[in-house]
Ligand binder design. Sequence first.
Ligand code: NAP
Length: 446
Amino acid sequence: MSQHMDEIRSAIVSDNLSAVADLPVPDTYEGMVVRKEDVGMFDGLQTRDKDPRKSLRLQEVDTPELGPGEAIVAVMASAINYNTVWTSIFEPLSTFGFLERYGRSSPLARKHDRPYHVVGSDLAGVVLRVGPGVTKWAPGDEVVAHCLSVELEDAQGHDDTMMDPQQRIWGFETNFGGLAELALVKANQLMPRPLHLTWEEAACPGLVNCTAYRQLVSHHGAGMKQGDVVLIWGATGGLGSYATQYALNGGATPICVVSSPDKAQLCHDMGAEFVIDRKAEGYRFWKDGEQQPGEWKRLGTKIRELTGGDDVDIVFEHPGRETFGASVYVTKRGGTIATCASTSGFMHEYDNRYLWMTLKRIVGSHFANYKESWEANRLIAKGAIAPTLSRVYPLAETGQATYDVSRNLHQGKVGVLCLAPEEGLGVRDAPLRARHLDAINRFRGR
Ligand code: NAP
């Protein structure tokens, strides 16, 4: 770590936040990158054999020039998202294509096209500098960043910024992401840091919490309401651990699907009554390359057994190919399948008779706009939604952290310490923390 970086870190750790405005921004910083020269390194391997530990490297990179509307943030902590799994194994595409296209789009964006990609779509930290035109944020502000990067030069994005044709996910489709000592964001990605949380707790909900909020709660997604029955795949995973909390908070009934007794217990601990252990129940929705409608029906029967006869109003979908046929089948007449991903494969197959004859709808959802992200962050800041941090790694071990997520060895979220020298720092609202401590610690060590 450079001397200037160490001074920034010391100022933040000693709560001397106003000092950062006068400290120099280092010319270089350490960031977790994939390199363009490595793009072909896994050619010929099956997805399961591609190892993020080989492609993710800690590298000294140049600090990008600060442009209008942007901010440079000292990153205290970040978190692993599945998009870093995809970036690190260069699937389904290398992310350098995104950076090249973005770099061509404007002189301001040219800096994103580099032979390395600093990854990461979450951060908690302190603003060091803001660019021209930024009035709402200043050096010394404690922030988290959501990952929606938009230009808003086109008309289409002005009802819902997710509709901007220039919409990108920061740290995935742009450079200078959060798994690093510094990050470059647009100022309209910034939100106040929840002050009852440590740096690593504050950094972990971001991407998945906002995504779950839009997908399940927002009128742009499923528009969940009281009394809805919500089937949540991967209910203790990154997305699912927040979807489960939204369902419970919103008066819905979650049916949590997980793959081990420990995960099932976590769902019960969160307050969910109905849990399905998909491994213990032995569901096989595909066999020898064929869908197994009998298995969809078995799942539907199980759901009715649990609910006393109710079918599912909303499916919170993301596993994709593996589960989609079952998801469409178990949704009730007029219900909604809201999907944001296809972890097990993009080419879905389902029986369309079960969709049109019973007037169901499939809703595509992707991240969240600033307002939705702000709402989702506000709920974290009030203690209404708890972070689901299970384990924390140092920045240098981001490869291992990403490997854990890629192999489904984790629960909830895996955090990463960037400038924070140790876990547990940064709590400023101790009474609020004390009120929610059980929920905050629920996933730790699981
Ligand atoms: P995660 O932390 O790995 O959790 C996903 C969970 O899904 C796993 O823990 C697993 O739980 C379950 N699962 C995985 N494969 C499955 C399968 N074949 N059948 C049934 N369940 C399966 O990942 P995440 O952060 O929740 O992200 C999940 C997906 O959403 C990823 O593909 C990610 O890229 C995508 N995503 C998209 C957006 C967006 O804005 N579009 C945002 C966030 C994430 P059990 O083993 O316990 O069942």
